[in-house]
Structure formats: C-alpha cells, structure tokens
Design a protein around this ligand. Structure first.
Ligand code: HEM
Length: 378
C-alpha cells in the first residue's frame, strides 16, 4: 500500500514504515494547514516521512518561502505578495490572452500538437518570466533545472539524483546572479528589480533568500499551472458531456477551473511537522512527527463533495484544497486561475479537439500529478 491508497474516510493512518502520519480527510488536511502549531520547516522533524532531504537540500529548502515558518515567512511573503494580488493579476489578463492566441495559431494550423510541450509549458513560463524580468527565450533552461531540482522532494532519491539536483542549483545560481547584478546597475520595472532593492536594504531580504525566492517563483510559476492545463484538458476530453457543456456555456468557466483543480489536483500532497503534541482525527501526535496532508484525497472526500469521483463543471468546488490553505495558501492562485481560465477558453473553442492516444503517460514524480505529454488532434 502507498500513501496514495489512503481514502479520506479512513481517518488518520500511519505512513509506511511507521514514518509519520497520513491525513486524507478534508477536515484533517484543513486542520494541519490552517491551525497554529504545525511547521513547514523540515528541520523541526524527528521523522522524515518519506522525504529524503539531504544536507544540501535541507539548507536550500530552509530559505524557500514554502518551507519557512513565521516570522521569516511573514517577512518574505510580504515582499512578493503585492505582485500576485488579484488586482495586479487582472492587469496581466490582456497579455495572457495575447500569448494564448499567439501560441494557438500555428498549432491550429498544424492540426496536431502536444498540449504539454507546445502550449501548457510555454504559456505560464513566459508569463512568469515577463513578471520577474527574466528573458523568456531561456525558458527551456528553467524547465531542465526544474525537472532536476524537483527530485529533492521525492522518495528514495539516489545519491546520483541528488548530485544532479545540486548541479542544477549551481547552474540556476550561475544564471541568476549576473541578472541580479544587472538589475542593481540598471533598475527596471520588474519583480527582480524590486527584490534586489529589498535585498540591498539589508534587513528585509537576505542574499540567499533573494536567490531562493526567484528560483521558487520560476519553478512554482510554471510547473503546477502547466499540470493543471494538462490534467484539466485530459479530464474534459474523457468527459465529453462536460466539454460540450463548457463550450455551450462559457459563463461556467471560472467555476469549471475550480472543479478541474479539485478533480485532478496538480499538487498531490504537502508535509507539516507538529511543533507540540497535537490531536488529529482523535489521534494523539507527538512533537516532531510529520504528517502528509493528502491534498488530492481531501479533494475527493465524500463528506464534502457529493459523488467526488464525478467531474461536474457546474458544481461549487471552491472549498477544494488544491492551492493549500492557511498561511502558506498559494501565492500564485489568482495568476494560476487567470491563466487556466484563458487557456481552457481557448482550448475548448477548438471544434475538433480529440485525444491522439488512448493512454497518456504520467511523469514518475510523487508530489505532483503531471503528464509527460498530451498529444491531441484538432
Ligand atoms: C494550478 C497552479 C498551482 C497550484 C495547484 C499551486 C499549488 C500550491 C500549493 C498547494 C501551495 C501550498 C504548499 C504548502 O502549503 O506546503 C502553493 C504555494 C505557493 N505557490 Fe502555488 N500553485 C499553483 C500556481 C502557482 C503560481 C502560478 C505561482 C507563482 C507565480 C505559485 C507560487 C506559489 C508560492 C510562492 C507558494 C508559497 C506560498 C507560501 O509559502 O506562503 N503557485 N501552491
């Protein structure tokens, strides 16, 4: 049995090899993410719930927003929050629409394309590059860095894989540091300029936090949105009645994106550590124990969602946990929603869109649910 077999109805379970706990119900996942007393910093853990964080990775992760606790978390989040608030994101919509069109014109003409490589990857990566002020021509570099780095969070990582991840980080650093220098010399109106200025002010952002924040934004800014577009389109193509409904009723799009996030969540789990003894689902947890918060299981909890395994673009799915919850609620949620709404609107408008293969392949990675490729004809 793997942690992914745990059903939301089962209550709190021991993780394999008794290494921490698995929370799969919507209520338990919400409690772990929202309540005080739970840490995102792996260094507080006495178990290591399947995640093999090496010393290199541990050092790196401690500077990344998503693995920080207050007060450092509050300080760093405050510095980047404004760029991603719903009002700032609304201003990006025309540019996202334009990029969507630019990408789809040649694909429509070709009549066959890979949704992941040709559309779902370039769209969000170009948006986040433009926001940060990183040349989007270099996007293939980030894609490779991201793939190599992502194993840090995976299970049973070999020394060779960790070596590759450490190399990717060095390459990422060698790429970004000169860019920071350039912005220091010649400030622009982009997010890197703002972050470099915060770093120069000294007490607001450390040099290593600056690097970790830009890497996080580049990685988080494309990987998960790409997977939402892939997983969501596959779900629609496998449920043609829902695809038709969405074509006929474009007004359903914003709710449909929430349902697609719920139905096949791009981020499958996150991990928290108990800072003090806690009770969860009536079970007592010791300080230092880690809990896997199973986001995808919570999103299929029958106590919250009627017929959870049915895709229904008319359902109210807003209380899904696909963007997490509490202090670490996804900072890019408004941006991801805008990108997905515009991307799905464009894709469903292709009249003859069909899957070109029966069984698309999934990437062998634990924390994300991600397609390798999604070939379609149109
Ligand atoms: C469909 C797309 C996305 C999904 C499903 C997603 C999911 C998540 C989840 C589940 C978390 C919480 C992790 C935890 O609590 O441990 C998170 C955090 C975060 N996400 Fe996203 N994300 C998406 C898109 C984005 C985008 C487009 C960006 C940035 C441009 C972004 C930036 C972040 C950041 C910076 C955090 C850390 C927030 C914090 O620790 O305070 N995400 N995301």
């Amino acid at each position: 049995m793997t942690i992914f077999d745990v059903r939301p109805e089962a209550g709190l379970q021991r993780a394999p090899e008794d290494d921490g706990w698995v929370a799969a119900s919507h209520a338990a996942v919400s409690a772990v993410l929202r309540e005080p007393g739970w840490s995102s910093d792996h260094r507080n853990a006495t178990t290591h719930a399947g995640v093999s964080v090496s010393e290199i990775a541990g050092e790196l992760l401690s500077k990344v927003l998503v693995f920080m606790d207050a007060p450092d978390h509050t300080r760093v989040r405050g510095l980047i929050g404004k760029a991603f608030n719903p009002r700032s994101v609304e201003q990006l919509r025309p540019r996202i629409r334009e990029l969507t069109e630019e990408l789809l014109v040649p694909l429509r003409a070709a009549g066959r394309f890979d949704v992941i490589n040709d559309f779902a990857f370039p769209l969000p990566v170009t948006v986040i590059c433009e926001l940060l002020g990183v040349p989007s021509e270099d996007r293939d570099l980030f894609r490779n860095f991201t793939r190599d780095l992502a194993v840090i969070l995976d299970w049973d990582v070999t020394a060779a894989q960790l070596g590759v991840a450490a190399g990717a980080l060095l390459n990422f650093t060698a790429y970004l540091v000169p860019l920071f220098e350039e912005r220091r010399r010649t400030p622009q109106g982009d997010l890197i300029t703002a972050l470099v200025a915060a770093e120069e002010a000294g007490d607001r952002l450390g040099a290593d936090e600056l690097l970790a924040t830009v890497v996080l934004l580049l990685v988080a800014g494309h990987e998960t949105t790409m997977n939402l577009i892939g997983n969501g389109l596959l779900a629609l193509l496998r449920n043609p009645d829902q695809l038709e409904l969405l074509r006929a009723r474009p007004d359903l799009m914003s709710g449909a994106v929430e349902e697609l996030l719920r139905y096949d969540s791009p981020v499958r789990l996150t991990v928290r550590t108990a800072l003090r003894e806690a009770a969860l689902d009536g079970v007592s947890i010791r300080a230092g124990d880690q809990v896997f918060a199973m986001i995808d299981a919570a999103n299929h909890d029958p106590a919250v969602f009627v017929s959870p395994d049915v895709l229904d673009v008319t359902r109210d799915a807003h209380c899904h946990a696909a963007f997490g919850a509490g202090a670490h609620y996804c900072l890019g949620a408004a941006l991801a929603r805008a990108e997905a709404q515009l991307a799905f609107s464009a894709l469903v408008s292709l009249p003859d869109l069909e899957l070109a293969i029966d069984k698309p392949e999934w990437r062998p990675i634990v924390g994300f649910h991600a397609l390798q490729s999604l070939p379609v004809t149109c």
